[in-house]
Write a protein that binds this ligand. Structure first.
Ligand code: FE
Length: 199
C-alpha cells in the first residue's frame, strides 16, 4: 500500500525563491540543521527556469510570504516563466547579496548552495544560511491555506465567451471545449484530471 495522499498532510509554506536573474514560487522549504549557519533546503521543479539558473549560481534567496501578501506576487512568480517575462519588472524588491528579495514578504533568507540532489521531477538545493532579516511580524501563509483560499485570493479572470479550464495546482488557464486527454500543464506538469472548468 502506498497512499501518497498522506503527503498532503506535511506542512509546507508559500515562498518566493530567487536567484540572479529569476525566481519562482516554491512550497517545499525546510530548515534541516541548527547552529549559527543552519542548512536550508528548497525543492524546485526541474522544468522551472529558476532551476536552470540555480545550476549556474552559488546563492539563492527565500522570501517568506505572509497571509496578507498581494496575490499579484503569487501570480507573477507562480503562473509565468522567467523564460518569457521579467518577473521583477512590476515587483518591489530589495537587493541583498546581489539577489532580489521580495519587499512584500515577512522577511528573507540568503543561502549559499552547498549541495544539490536530483530526482526525476525536482532538484533539492541545500544552502547554508548566510544572511537573513525579518520585515514584518505577521502570520505566514501555509501551502494548505493557499490551497483552501486560492480561488478568492487569485480571483482568476478568464476571457469572456471562451470555455476556460483552470489548473487546480498552479492556476494556468487552458481555453477550449475540452482539455485534451494527453494534455500536461505547461507550468506544473499535471494532467487533465487536475483541471477544473471555470463556471
Ligand atoms: Fe498547473
Amino acid at each position: 500500500m502506498k497512499n501518497i495522499n498522506i503527503t498532503r498532510k506535511i506542512s509546507q509554506g508559500m515562498y518566493v525563491l530567487t536567484t540572479k536573474n529569476g525566481g519562482c514560487i516554491v512550497d517545499a522549504v525546510s530548515q534541516i540543521s541548527s547552529g549559527e549557519n543552519p542548512l536550508i533546503s528548497v525543492s524546485v521543479m526541474k522544468k522551472n527556469y529558476t532551476n536552470e539558473l540555480l545550476k549556474n549560481n552559488n546563492k539563492f534567496a527565500i522570501s517568506i510570504l505572509g497571509k496578507d501578501v498581494n496575490p499579484d506576487i503569487i501570480k507573477t512568480f507562480g503562473f509565468n516563466s522567467g523564460r518569457e517575462i521579467n518577473k521583477f519588472e512590476n515587483t518591489e524588491v530589495n537587493q541583498v547579496e546581489g539577489i532580489n528579495v521580495i519587499k512584500d514578504s515577512l522577511g528573507y533568507m540568503i543561502c549559499e548552495i552547498v549541495d544539490s540532489i536530483d530526482n526525476d521531477t525536482h532538484t533539492l538545493f541545500i544552502g547554508k544560511l548566510i544572511e537573513a532579516d525579518i520585515y514584518r511580524e505577521k502570520e505566514e501563509m501555509s501551502y494548505g491555506y493557499y490551497q483552501e483560499h486560492k480561488e478568492e485570493l487569485l480571483k482568476v479572470t478568464t476571457e469572456k465567451g471562451k470555455t476556460a479550464w483552470i489548473c487546480t495546482i498552479c492556476g494556468y488557464i487552458y481555453y477550449g471545449d475540452e482539455v485534451p486527454e494527453d494534455f500536461k500543464c505547461p507550468l506544473c506538469g499535471v494532467g487533465k484530471e487536475l483541471f477544473k472548468k471555470q463556471e
